[in-house]
Design a protein around this ligand. Structure first.
Ligand SMILES: CC(C)(COP(=O)(O)OP(=O)(O)OC[C@H]1O[C@@H](n2cnc3c(N)ncnc32)[C@H](O)[C@@H]1OP(=O)(O)O)[C@@H](O)C(=O)NCCC(=O)NCCS
Length: 171
């Protein structure tokens, strides 16, 4: 691991003031087209969130006023599957890779899903089979993966959402 995630990093909802940074976000190492695709989704998310009914949200990891990570999520569209929360893209600033920031963002989406089990039953994602960084992150979190039956270049991941335990009386 290159260095610990400084405790000052906060994961929070995207705000309008983040827009210029998100639209210019650079997370893709040069020459890795699957990462470039993830970067493009992030850059377009501020515009898409207003018009795309299937996009549920954007969360950012912020170090003070600097956006160092972004996750874009929504729902399955074809056919519409509102019980499946899909991570459309997850990226961390290139110079901040490998400090646990991506893990915190993915965990934040899973935690949000767990607190909304009336709607969400699984968190899904799709990752290129050569994207060893994202595959490593998922493996570390224990996220299961299978080959995408529609495109062998990709893996599908899924986490079944377990409801959070309600606090017992007296706790
Ligand atoms: C994938 C990505 C979001 C990971 O974010 P990150 O903050 O760097 O990841 P983390 O520091 O949380 O890494 C968690 C684990 O993933 C694995 N991992 C991450 N980067 C790795 C690398 N370069 N080499 C090997 N394993 C790696 C490791 O197991 C790591 O744990 P460790 O550091 O304790 O060994 C980041 O590399 C990125 O922005 N990539 C470009 C965009 C992209 O491809 N997004 C995914 C497609 S949606």
């Amino acid at each position: 691991m290159a260095g610990a995630d400084p405790p000052r990093i906060v994961v929070r909802e995207y705000r309008r003031a983040d827009r210029p940074q998100v639209e210019a976000f650079r997370c893709a190492p040069v020459g890795e087209r699957w990462c470039e695709a993830a970067e493009k989704i992030i850059r377009e998310a501020p515009a898409d969130i207003a018009s795309d009914e299937y996009m549920a949200g954007i969360a950012v990891a912020a170090d003070g006023s600097t956006v160092v990570g972004v996750v874009v999520f929504g729902f399955e569209t074809s056919p519409p599957r509102p019980h499946e929360l899909v991570i459309f893209s997850l990226g961390v600033l290139r110079e901040r890779h490998r400090r646990g920031i991506g893990t915190r963002l993915k965990e934040a989406v899973m935690a949000a899903a767990a607190s909304d089990t009336n709607t969400v039953m699984a968190v899904l994602s799709r990752v290129h089979r050569a994207n060893y960084r994202m595959i490593g992150l998922n493996d570390k979190l224990g996220v299961g993966k299978v080959k995408d039956p529609e495109d062998g270049e990709y893996l599908l991941t899924a986490v079944v959402v377990e409801p959070e335990e309600a606090p017992q009386a007296g706790e």
